[in-house]
Design a protein around this ligand. Sequence first.
Ligand SMILES: Cc1ncc(COP(=O)(O)O)c(C=O)c1O
Length: 400
Amino acid sequence: MLRTPGAVRDAERWTAHNYHPLPVVISSAEGAWLTDVDGRRFLDFLAGYSALNFGHRHPQLVAAAHAQLDRLTLTSRAFIHDQFAAFCRELAELSGKDLVLPMNTGAEAVETGIKVARKWGYQVKGVPAGQANIVVAEGNFHGRTTTIVSFSTDEEAREDFGPYTPGFTVVPYGDLDALTAVIDENTVAVLIEPIQGEQGVVVPPEGYLPGVRRVCTERNVLFIADEIQSGLGRTGATFACDHEGVVPDMYLLGKALGGGIVPVSAVVANTDVLGVLKPGQHGSTFGGNPLACAVAVEVVRMLATGEFQRRSAELGERLHAGLQELVGKGLVAVRGRGLWAGLDIDPALMTGRQACERLAERGVLAKDTHGSTIRLAPPLVVTEEEIDHAVAQLAAILTP
Ligand SMILES: Cc1ncc(COP(=O)(O)O)c(C=O)c1O
């Protein structure tokens, strides 16, 4: 008897229904492959929304975690531990910045970025008390806290969670004129994703990111790049901003930083920005804990070789070439960079959810977003054959 239906029922019975997962129950994984409780194998083309850029249980990362588990797991930031400095230094060096502030989840990194930008606005830029404003983009996804959903334009994410946090102005994504027009003397930051992941892997027009950089510099405004999903190799470069030679004032990182093992996020910036925080003004019990740092420093070392960025760029070309072949044959549009793609399925054929269900039946796991769009983000350890296999399964479900 199959174990999946009972396991799905149990999960639904005992949890709040804030997710609508595909009915697969995973019990083990390795590299790009998952195995469910009934022994069926699936190719993972979501990779934990890019939290698994290095695949499941990468041996180097598992070894680092095991070694750390045997020595020291948690101290709190009341004391310093011996993994802390190396992680902060190596991530700062990888990012070309002075300082790192470690947190746990992506939303916490975003919240931290907002707090730092506001404090910088009051203390460095001279914004009058309580007047700081941050410009954000339509279609953004930065997490689920009350402040972050306050400036979401997705009603599902926002509705009935008010009262909302003020201090944000929303402008269309990719429109530099609209962004420039709303910046005033109280603007402390522009907070954007260099590629909007949750929105469907939306790449802004060429020149937009350099334009944002230019305007921010001219108007003394911090450019905060939320690279939580786009960063750390996903797009074929260390950061998605790199494709246009853009260096923001602050990187927000998360997901892949934890190597698919522990939640690790970070804010990375120069001293003139992160230096505004003084003891007691911000913190986290678990942020920068020894286990997190031991795994994350290994992630940084793997990225420092450039191998994963190269793989993503090269294999991404193969993925996108394969997907382009399907435009007009069930796909309306394909977007993305590196091993990251947003596909718009012809809504006359099926919804994104139905597409993901059919792909799952054929052993490929992906995730829908916003109606007929699905996202593909395989681990960067995926092979050419696995990419071809996934594209073939997609072609098969699109064929009437
Ligand atoms: C761009 C971006 N920022 C922030 C977040 C929030 O991260 P977390 O779910 O770890 O809080 C996400 C998650 O999908 C994201 O894609």
